[in-house]
Design a protein around this ligand. Sequence first.
Ligand code: THU
Length: 130
Amino acid sequence: MEKLELLIREAKKAMKRAIAPYSNFRVGVSVLARNRIYTGCNIENPSLMLSECAERVALLKALSEGEKQIKSILIISSDGDYCYPCGSCRQLIYEFAPDADIYIASSKGIKKYNINELLPYGFRREGDED
Ligand code: THU
């Protein structure tokens, strides 16, 4: 199966597992690392500040398994429109998946970005390597 098709299929499966009783907005993400895919969904909490975005869940799963090179990130949501990652998730991607192709899938098509387009001038500590 073609890579993008696989990422879409896995992200859709993850989206179905979203725990989103407050927003009713489901997000699914698949992250392609060196040789496997990690997925995530949004997980909301009655203390709303503790809610987690799907991007964060998927990326942290990959990182916590020791993945160093994230190749692609695909994002899909339940309303069929393009779902752009929030600012916090962009910063996370900027730090830990700077070379990833970022695909935003919708019922209208798929757009492809890199993190510098989505987060120009992201936060980096002075002196840290590029
Ligand atoms: N959400 C994500 O998981 N990813 C995004 O890119 C945008 C928003 C979640 C957070 C919350 O659970 C719901 O979608 C919107 O309120």
